[in-house]
Design a protein. Structure first.
Length: 67
């Protein structure tokens, strides 16, 4: 793992090298992007959903907008 931005930058661009284990379906090229979405802590999800009227199931993705 390597940060590609200057230490003075407010942005983060991280280079991560992945071992695909020889899987031909997993061939990444320079410039390809991958998104990593860490899970939310169950207690936080439950606390938030307890305050929502007619909440979705805990495992269902939702989009939040600021109005």
């Amino acid at each position: 793992v390597e940060n590609l931005q200057s230490s003075k930058s407010t942005r983060a661009t991280i280079l991560v090298r992945l071992d695909t284990g020889g899987q031909e379906a997993l061939q990444y090229q320079p410039g390809d992007h991958i998104g990593i979405c860490p899970p939310n802590r169950p207690g936080l999800v439950e606390a938030l959903l307890s305050r929502v009227e007619d909440p979705p199931p805990p495992g269902e993705p939702v989009a939040v907008e600021q109005l």
